[in-house]
Ligand binder design. Structure first.
Ligand SMILES: N[C@@H](CCC(=O)N[C@@H](CS)C(=O)NCC(=O)O)C(=O)O
Length: 320
């Protein structure tokens, strides 16, 4: 666990001392967009045209943010257009690595041993955290983007003219509603579990847990009149919520102390999570082994023994 400073790796945990024990997530650094014609996107510079075989995705199967990207790649049928490298589940002193292990897919481009080498290949003087997902451009040899919320927007539509499967998860008529849902769910649920888990004061922890469960209660209520978050159609907002829900009972309840209720205690949210899991191609993106081992063994300050709980028994089928 650490970060790059001027291109040099430094092993250090998140510094919460300056923020009253609160975990403050850093903004992602690479913000260019793949577009149908290579025109610049909402941020960054242009030059990244959607072409099959040109881009490479680096992910962790444990990570909820990277998981979004893998789901969109599957939904849009982009498996052969965008190939993937998978890091080892253990994030240790050198951060994410490509050490041999079940489910690990090495880096075919530069043969990196650690993900931080991919970042310094893009920018030898990079300073900041080394996170997944990363979308890499083989043509210009750089990182296009390392912000999952933007990567999924690109996968959603940029490749539609070059063989992606139909399906729009950010339709024009629902954008305002999706944006509103995303904002609340990101702050209190997706990032909320991390704010609870990485808090180093009681106050900071409680500040995160209360709104997390307020939002889960609100979502349970919302699903009484809607099949998915905006109604009948599955949208980006559902997939962004799904990757946190699927990790909730096996990891966040125990490891991050988000234990007021489990997802299994919310009948509608639980059924909703199961129905998203059942969508074609999604189950294959869920790897509970990487998920559980990553959290319980990588965050030794939270779990010094590294023991991975055997349970809970989940009412869902995933890959081992
Ligand atoms: N805002 C980023 C966050 C990505 C992120 O934090 N990924 C975690 C894994 S779940 C990571 O790689 N953390 C390494 C670190 O913070 O050093 C996104 O959504 O893409």
């Amino acid at each position: 666990m650490g970060l790059l400073v001027d291109g040099r790796w430094q092993d250090q945990w998140y510094d919460t001392a300056k923020s009253g024990g609160r975990f403050v997530r850093q903004d992602s650094a690479f913000r260019n967009w793949v577009t149908p014609d290579g025109a610049p996107g909402p941020s960054g510079t242009g030059g990244f045209r959607a072409e099959p075989g040109r881009y490479h995705l680096y992910v962790s199967l444990a990570c909820p943010w990277a998981h979004r990207a893998l789901i969109f790649r599957a939904l849009k049928g982009l498996e052969s257009a965008i190939d993937v490298s998978v890091v080892h589940w253990l994030m240790a002193e050198q951060g994410w690595s490509f050490a041999a292990g079940e489910g690990v897919v090495p880096d075919p481009i530069g043969g990196a041993r650690h993900l931080h080498e991919v970042y310094t290949r893009a920018d030898p003087a990079y300073s900041g955290r080394v996170t997944v997902p990363v979308l890499w451009d083989k043509q210009s040899g750089t990182i296009v983007n390392n912000e999952s919320s933007e990567i999924i927007r690109m996968l959603n539509s940029a490749f539609d003219g070059v063989g992606a499967k139909p399906g729009d998860y950010y339709p024009q008529d629902l954008r305002i509603e999706i944006d509103g849902l995303n904002e609340r769910i990101y702050a209190t649920v997706n990032n909320g579990v991390y704010r609870a888990g990485f808090a180093t004061t009681q106050e900071a922890y409680e500040e995160a847990v209360a709104p997390l469960f307020e939002t889960l209660d609100w979502l349970e209520e919302r699903l009484s009149s809607r099949r998915f978050l905006t109604g009948e159609r599955i949208t980006e907002a559902d997939w962004r919520l799904f990757t946190t829900l699927i990790r909730f009972d096996p990891v966040y309840v125990g490891h991050f102390k988000c234990n007021i209720r489990r997802i299994a205690d919310y009948p509608r949210l639980h059924a909703y999570m199961q129905s998203l899991f059942a969508i074609e191609g999604v189950a294959a993106t869920v790897n509970f082994d990487h998920i559980k081992r990553h959290y319980y063994q990588s965050h030794r300050n939270l779990n010094p023994s590294g023991i991975v709980p055997v349970g809970p028994e989940l009412d869902i089928q995933g890959r081992a």
